[in-house]
Design a protein around this ligand. Structure first.
Ligand code: CUK
Ligand code: CUA
Length: 640
């Protein structure tokens, strides 16, 4: 296979032929697993997994929670999409989470989760994840496993090179995929070059509550920005972004986009820009973006539209931005645990390119530049090169690290994971994936402290790995034991949506902080009812507010009269339970929203606009006790 790697052309040819090759559809891995491997993933009934994995849901817009090594899915956390299962995006309390400057947008494409860090180590407080389509970043609490905050990113389009975070969670970064006119204007698409810009947003994270704020955006040349990673250790204070279409072409048909032999990794000294901004640098420009926060205390979300954002021009901050030539449309941009090596995986390159941070600094110090084509100094390829992994596979995408001096890179076209050594750049192992792997994840594998026991690959194509389910199969992940010299395939497990990337963490860091209930004494919902005595029905014009409680196994009130056709009824339902894992549900006949699923101690609101005279039932949707089926009530609707 390696010999055909003569040129990019050969790779492109293989790329094109790839789908048909894979169509033979027979697994060639049958019988490869020993019973020893089965034991390695067996988690006995009632036992817990050793790791959490947070796997992005891609076009489901959500985040799923899995256990490792069992591969069992525990939860789907709604983030950017409405989720009928628990009423997220349907209840009045959660609808504001999906507000944007375009209005209510109940879907997105989520790609890259990243866990918050302290001193470069996973701290297990929050997961951040990007929405690509309507550019947004979300923060999910690992205490409640709920989405707590979503910020929209202005001047951005196809928010792909995100959401990656710096080593003390100072910033979560949101890099644009598309360059666009900034500010937006009605101009010919052919006038792309010079008029389109790429905004790279540095969003600060408040260390106590995690609240996000767009501190500044760096206005870069009109490239496409693909992926990014922060520096760490010696490179802390820097962020690295892969780019493609450095030709600044307005159409990415092959000829246009890949004519340059090398694209760039953009190195951004965010510390320097932060200092510039703290001294009043940059300009505020008009912008329009939503900032949505969900409060644990009130259980309600608020959405605020912000009106301006600070932008910084790289040429105004000398020494803050450099371009590192990197062969052929680099995709992944991965920094090793020490912060010295920056791996740029050129999708159309035969080799893997590794840059040296130390060499980069030396070249900058010596002012050895190859040119300044975009008003940004370009370094010489040879001056920053640490090493090359020669012809490791076809179509490299992403790299993670085990903390023992090894790197693991996925190859989409040759469908494999290749293990290689930092410093010597030699390939030491390769294992096939089934099929066509995208990202891979090692718990902590993109931090200063990886936990190099497991690695899992997330595959784009499933085909024959499971019982067929029609033309569309769920995607598939594969778990490998990487504790030895050679990788060992342990398990296949299906994922939900398109799992682009995942973040994983030892369970001990998270599980003891996981919340069991919301305390009723801390419930500050403006329409809560904390006992039967506090329940009431209040009419306000055409709006009828029903303050309800629920506890095993009844609603209070359960007979509601005085409602008329044309009214808008708000059921504000408080779950009075204070036991772990006793949610109740609430469903109303004909309601054009999903049900509610209400956690112990929480209040949620469902709206209902009755259209027909009569007596209409509601009930609890979650099997909560032996008398669950008795948990019901009626609303009488009279003529208007
Ligand atoms: S991208 Cu999906 S395989 Cu969005 Cu991280 Cu590379
Ligand atoms: Cu409450 Cu079923």
């Amino acid at each position: 296979m390696k010999n055909i790697l003569k040129s990019t052309l050969a790779i492109v040819a293989v790329f094109a032929a790839f789908t048909s090759c894979n169509n033979s559809g027979k697994s060639n891995n049958s019988g490869a697993l020993s019973s020893n491997n089965a034991e390695k993933v067996y988690v006995a009934p009632g036992e817990h997994d050793s790791h959490y994995a947070f796997i992005s849901g891609g076009y489901s817009g959500n985040l799923t929670v899995y256990g490792l090594p069992s591969g069992r899915m525990f939860k789907e956390i709604p983030v950017f999409s409405q989720f009928p299962t628990n009423g997220y995006g349907y209840s009045e309390e959660t609808k504001p989470m999906l507000e944007t400057s375009y209005g209510f947008v109940p879907w997105d494409d989520s790609h890259h989760p990243d866990i918050s860090q302290t001193n470069g180590k996973l701290d297990g407080r929050w997961v951040f994840i990007n929405g690509n389509n309507t550019p947004r970043i979300a923060r999910i609490s690992l205490t409640t496993f709920e989405t707590e905050e979503i910020i929209e990113v202005p001047n951005s389009a196809g928010n792909h090179s995100s959401s990656f975070i710096t080593e003390n969670t100072e910033y979560v970064v949101a890099g644009t995929r598309f360059s666009v006119p900034i500010p937006q204007e009605d101009i010919s698409i052919k006038d792309y070059k010079g008029n389109f810009k790429g905004a790279l947003s540095f969003i600060s994270v408040d260390p106590e509550h995690g609240h996000m704020d767009i501190k500044f955006q760096v206005l870069m040349p009109g490239f496409n920005y693909d992926l990014s990673h922060p520096g760490r250790g010696k490179s802390h204070g820097w962020f690295f972004f892969t780019t493609y279409n450095t030709e600044e072409a307005n159409s990415l048909l092959e000829v246009n986009a890949s004519q340059n032999d090398k694209d760039f990794i953009a190195a951004i000294n965010w510390k320097k820009i932060e200092e510039y901004v703290n001294n009043g640098g940059g300009t505020m420009m008009p912008a329009n973006y939503a900032h949505n926060i969900h409060s644990d205390a009130t259980h309600t979300a608020t959405s605020t539209i912000k009106k301006e954002v600070r932008v910084v021009n790289p040429s105004d901050v000398p020494g803050a931005v450099y371009l590192l030539p990197t062969p052929k449309s680099p995709h992944g941009c991965d920094v090793d645990p020490s912060g010295e090596y920056i791996v740029g995986n050129g999708k159309l390159s035969a080799n893997l390119t590794v840059h040296s941070f130390t060499k980069m600094l030396a070249a900058i110090e010596a002012e050895k530049f190859a040119g300044e084509a975009y008003g940004i100094p370009i370094l010489n390829f040879e001056d920053v090169l640490a090493g090359v992994v020669e012809q490791p596979g076809l179509g490299p995408l992403h790299t993670e690290f085990d903390g023992k001096g090894n790197a693991y890179t996925t190859f989409f076209i040759s469908s494999e994971v290749v293990k290689w050594k930092l410093d010597t750049w030699e390939v030491v192992d390769r294992k096939p994936t089934y099929y066509s792997v995208g990202h891979l994840t090692i718990p902590g594998g993109n931090s200063a402290e990886p936990f190099g026991k497991y690695m899992f690959a997330m595959n784009k194509i499933t085909k024959d790995r499971y019982l067929p389910t029609g033309p569309e199969m769920e995607h598939s992940a594969q778990l490998y034991d990487i504790s030895g010299e050679k990788m060992e395939l342990l398990l296949d497990f299906p994922t939900h949506g398109e799992p682009h990337y995942a973040a994983a963490i030892p369970a001990e860091i998270v599980k003891n902080n996981s919340r069991k209930i919301f305390k009723l004494t801390e419930n500050e919902h403006p329409r809560k009812a904390l006992s039967d005595a506090e329940t009431k029905i209040v009419r306000d014009g055409k709006n009828v507010h029903v303050y309800m409680t629920m506890i095993r196994s009844h609603f209070s009130p359960d007979n509601i009269e005085g409602v008329k056709v044309g009214d808008k009824v708000f059921f504000h339902v408080t779950n009075l339970e204070q036991d772990f894992d006793v949610p109740h549900g609430f469903a109303m006949i004909g309601a054009r929203n999903a049900e509610l699923l209400i956690a112990p101690g929480q209040t949620r609101t469902l709206t209902w606009e009755p259209e027909r005279v009569g007596v209409w039932p509601f009930y609890c949707t979650d099997f909560c006790s032996a008398l669950h089926q008795e948990m019901q009530g009626y609303v009488r609707v009279s003529p208007a």
